[in-house]
Design a protein around this ligand. Structure first.
Ligand code: HEC
Ligand code: HEC
Ligand code: HEC
Ligand code: HEC
Ligand code: HEC
Length: 258
């Protein structure tokens, strides 16, 4: 695949981080400014060995991300599925399609071209080696895939929708309430704050905290109308307090560089 960084940059920044650490505090604002990349990966969309279509499988067939990315809630890395996962369906559906040939080579023992080698998907998103990133730590804290990857359920071919630069990570870490949602909506990329009524959200909180705490987490709207729609900030702020959310801040270099 295309390499965004020349190989030497994988070790260089660690030295820079150490040096800056020694210099001490007060550097974070400068760092956030200077190290915002001068290029962008947004739009990167490599050709894949099989024209797998998220819009069809997720958007139209309604499949859950976890059917294929089965480790995303449990581990730091989100896996891409083995050909056998596709074969569960495609041994029955579109079996003869030439587009599925690499899947048959990998998974269909009765196919003359079978070699059992995994399909070589091209990686789209990749954090540099000196960055520590963990999917489960985000997904289990109410951060949806859509906040970091865009609306994959509309993509026929996956592309890099967000910058995923250091300042991008920090923008959210400074104000996570702009993104947090109830855990059962993390995989629902179409979810909107308006989908959640004030009553349902109050009930959700009441299942997790006592009445006094709920009143503190979710104050009534200023006009007193209990039916008023919730905003993202109201939902996010309540969840942030409920779960005691504290992502690594710009000063905490070792939070993301371990
Ligand atoms: C039927 C299996 C399947 C389902 C369901 C599925 N994916 Fe995927 N996904 C794949 C495969 C295969 C790839 C690798 C090929 C590609 O990039 O299209 C992939 C790639 C990705 C990538 C890019 C990975 C990289 O290389 O950086 C992201 C992000 C992603 N999926 C997110 C999602 C999200 C979010 C959902 C749920 C809304 C989802 N996927 C549902 C099979 C699936
Ligand atoms: C839950 C069942 C299911 C799973 C799992 C599944 N697919 Fe599909 N796939 C379908 C259906 C249904 C269609 C649409 C068939 C049609 O157009 O009649 C389809 C269509 C396709 C097509 C288009 C075929 C053509 O010739 O038009 C490709 C390519 C494909 N899938 C790849 C994959 C890959 C790669 C995986 C694994 C990452 C996968 N699918 C997993 C059900 C599934
Ligand atoms: C907080 C931001 C964030 C969220 C939320 C998130 N991702 Fe990612 N994703 C990333 C980053 C950053 C990478 C590159 C990670 C790396 O190289 O270690 C990535 C990489 C991936 C990859 C490529 C394999 C890997 O682990 O590197 C897949 C597949 C993927 N994400 C799927 C998902 C799915 C599915 C969801 C939702 C259930 C999701 N992601 C939620 C930021 C996020
Ligand atoms: C859309 C919001 C969002 C984005 C974007 C985001 N994060 Fe986070 N991050 C969070 C939240 C929320 C937590 C959970 C904090 C907690 O549990 O107190 C978190 C926690 C973390 C943690 C601490 C948990 C752990 O695994 O030890 C690290 C490290 C981290 N994020 C790194 C990153 C990196 C690196 C990026 C960019 C590639 C990133 N984050 C992008 C919201 C985000
Ligand atoms: C929220 C997570 C996070 C925190 C906190 C963080 N960084 Fe980073 N940092 C990243 C990510 C992600 C990248 C990779 C950016 C990219 O790939 O574009 C990065 C890249 C870098 C780089 C390399 C820049 C380059 O141009 O390649 C340096 C140097 C660096 N960080 C230093 C620091 C220092 C010093 C601190 C503390 C003041 C810090 N970081 C805090 C996430 C973080």
């Amino acid at each position: 695949m295309a390499n965004f960084f020349p190989r030497w940059t994988n070790t260089l920044p660690l030295q820079v981080v150490v040096a800056l650490g020694v210099m001490g505090l007060g550097v974070s604002a400068a760092v956030t400014y200077y190290f915002t990349p001068k290029y962008t990966r947004v739009g990167y969309q490599p050709d894949q060995p099989v024209p797998y279509d998220h819009k069809l499988h997720v958007g139209q067939l309604g499949m859950d991300c976890r059917y294929c990315h089965s480790f995303v809630e449990k581990s730091g890395h989100a896996n891409v599925p083995a050909a056998s996962t596709c074969w569960n369906c495609h041994q029955h559906v579109k079996l003869g399609s030439p587009k599925l040939e690499p899947i048959r080579k990998a998974a269909d023992k009765n196919y003359e071209g079978y070699d059992g080698n995994p399909v070589e998907w091209v990686r789209v998103h990749r954090a540099p080696d000196y960055v520590y990133f963990d999917h489960s730590a985000h997904v289990n804290r109410g951060v949806s895939c859509v906040s970091c990857h865009g609306d994959i359920s509309e993509m026929r071919v996956v592309y890099h929708a967000e910058e995923q630069s250091m300042s991008w990570c920090l923008d959210c870490h400074k104000q996570p309430e702009k993104h947090l949602r109830p855990l059962d909506e993390v995989f629902n990329l179409k979810w909107q704050p308006e989908d959640l009524s004030r009553k349902d959200f109050t009930d959700y909180l009441a299942g997790k905290a006592d009445a006094a705490k709920v009143a503190e987490l979710l104050p009534l709207p200023k006009n007193g109308n209990p039916d008023e729609l919730l905003s993202q900030e109201e939902i996010g702020s309540a969840l942030k307090k409920l779960w005691n959310i504290h992502p690594p801040s710009p000063n905490n270099c070792s939070g993301c560089h371990r």
